[in-house]
Design a protein around this ligand. Structure first.
Ligand code: TXA
Ligand code: MG
Length: 340
């Protein structure tokens, strides 16, 4: 299908129009500092149902609710002291907090869970849009379910452009990986459900507690309900991906031309159309920023397989490795993933 969605610049007039569309129950793809999101009125079940339909997302995968002021946190959730501490320190920014929900949030948003995931994004255009819409906005990443998250307006147009009408362009995403998700339903047992740019070390330092390790993906329904984004094979490119601790020039030399190689830093002494890297000097921020767009480019080039290497552990490297591991996961066990 040909993409028919329009990409809008963030002029005051366009923002006012897009806010009106959101108030009327429509969908708008929006820029955030992490990845592009597909937004709808979080207080309207009808509007949020459209998100699931456009993405082909199973109903058991809850949405993140985005707010523009701390006052709105209590509108959608019941915050505790730990949550307020994290919010004051890291918001606006790439941190999502899971808390008990209020009646303001329809069940479809939280997949029937009594908890809601809340984030105050940092991108100025998205923040302005939330304010103009006058309500919290639910927004998952703006990609078809299970595929690579979009980090530019053009990525959104290519993958969802025939299913939505409006995309707000805010430039390339500054961080490039989805937000860190921390579960604070029980503030005495905070847990990281998805690693991101705000690290476990930063969170546990601020809360002065150890973080409970969330269990691995794919352990049945209970687990899928506690942290659906932890399902294996999320963020997947089409090209089968094999993850290696490290890649070397010798491996590339032994490989075939239809195999692609993805390094973290630019490798010395080798090159060619099948050799890719995430950041020339290997800095992890640059690598995170370009991961998803590089996976898209490799998909478009049509290689038979992709060999990728892990990032150095720690900090943002852990988030990068989390996405690479998921991209490398095979056999998605579709029954478990699709069951509503
Ligand atoms: O950076 C981001 O978080 C981006 C931008 C658009 O804000 N959003 C994003 O949304 O990555 P999405 O839908 O791709 O991932 C949301 C994940 C769900 O898959 C689930 O893991 C988790 O958030 N989540 C949402 N509500 C939850 C809840 N009540 N309890 C536990 N996890 C929840
Ligand atoms: Mg997503």
């Amino acid at each position: 299908m040909t993409p028919t969605a329009r990409i809008h610049r963030g002029t005051p007039r366009n923002l006012a129009r897009l806010a009106a569309r959101l108030r009327a129950g429509g969908l708008v793809a929006v820029p955030t500092e992490t990845v592009y999101g597909l937004a709808a009125d979080a207080t309207s079940a009808r509007a949020c149902r459209r998100i699931f339909a456009a993405k082909g997302r199973p109903a058991n995968d809850p949405l993140i609710v985005h707010i523009a002021s701390l006052r709105d946190l209590a509108r959608v959730s019941r915050p505790n002291e730990a949550a307020l501490k994290l919010a004051r320190k890291f918001w606006p920014g790439p941190l999502t907090i899971v808390l008990p929900k209020t009646g303001e949030v329809p069940d479809i948003v939280t997949a029937g869970l009594p908890s809601v995931a809340v984030r105050m994004p940092a991108h100025p255009l998205f923040r302005r849009l939330i304010r103009l819409a006058g309500r919290p906005l639910a927004a998952p990443s703006a990609n078809p379910f299970g595929s690579v998250s979009p980090t530019t307006a053009e990525h959104v147009r290519k993958s969802l452009g025939s299913r939505i009408r409006d995309i707000l362009d805010g430039g390339p995403a500054r961080i490039g990986l989805e937000s860190t998700i921390v579960d604070l339903r029980d503030p005495s047992r905070p847990a990281i459900l998805r690693p991101g740019a705000i690290t476990a070390v930063e969170i546990s330092r601020l809360l002065r507690t150890r973080l409970v390790r969330a269990r691995g993906p794919g352990r049945g329904k209970a687990q899928a309900q506690a942290a659906p984004g932890r399902m294996a094979r999320h963020y997947s490119p089409r090209t089968p991906l094999f993850l290696h601790p490290r890649l070397s020039a010798a491996q590339v030399a032994r490989g075939r031309p239809d195999e692609a190689w993805l390094f973290i830093a630019r490798p010395a002494g080798i090159g060619g159309p099948n050799v890719f890297w995430l950041a020339a000097g290997g800095d992890v921020r640059g690598a995170a920023r370009s991961l998803f767009s590089t996976l898209r480019r490799i998909d478009e080039a049509g290689f038979r397989i992709l060999h990728a290497e892990r990032a150095p552990c720690g900090g943002l490297g852990d988030a990068l490795n989390d996405r690479l591991t998921r991209a490398a996961a095979r056999d998605p066990s579709p029954k478990r993933l699709r069951r509503p």
